[in-house]
Design a protein. Structure first.
Length: 182
């Protein structure tokens, strides 16, 4: 059994309309969720396939960090999907610095975050003091690296170039992989 704590304002997204989201997570991930809506504490107990059950806490965490439930469910699609969170607080000196760095990660009209998603292929959400990514390991790695570059003060142009390069590498690797097996 795993314990996950999520922000109070995300409990509704986790439970869903009439408990619909919670029931879908329970059935698809083969877990039982015990949600304390007062504290935001969620007990995740595996009740079926233990491998599927391992994804349960990550699904709950992802929804807690701002992902839409259907995006968090991508974690069940195949073994290669993963969820990673970057703690922005750890990279900032104070609230003002956090706001500034979050602004740089989001970009004007959300463009930087959108480009991270488009070029990496991962889903990216910035919520509170975290950045979350869901995707295959190489996609999540590209997002993590781009995030670290931005937090370290790299110009957006350099970050976009890096993401373009990674995007092209991932595409080339995908092509060579399909040629080898197909």
């Amino acid at each position: 059994m795993k314990h996950v704590t999520i922000p109070g304002d995300r409990i509704g997204a986790l439970i869903g309309d009439g408990g619909e989201t919670m029931r879908e997570i329970e059935s698809r991930a083969e877990v039982r969720l015990d949600i304390d809506s007062e504290t935001g504490s969620v007990k995740v107990e595996s009740v079926g396939d233990p491998i599927l059950g391992l994804k349960g806490p990550d699904i709950v965490k992802a929804i807690g960090r701002g992902f839409a439930p259907e995006d968090a469910m991508r974690l069940l699609e195949d073994d290669m999907q993963m969820f990673e969170m970057v703690d922005l607080d750890a990279a900032t000196r104070n609230k003002k610095d956090l706001r500034r760095k979050k602004g740089r990660l989001i970009g004007e009209d959300g463009r930087t975050r959108e480009l991270m998603e488009e070029l990496s292929g991962a889903d990216v959400v910035i919520y509170g003091s975290t950045l979350g990514a869901i995707g295959k390991p190489e996609q999540v790695d590209a997002v993590r690296s781009a995030t670290e570059m931005i937090l370290d003060g790299a110009p957006h142009g350099a970050v976009y170039s890096f993401l373009e390069r990674r995007h092209n590498e991932m595409k080339a690797n995908d092509i060579s992989y399909t040629q080898r097996t197909g």
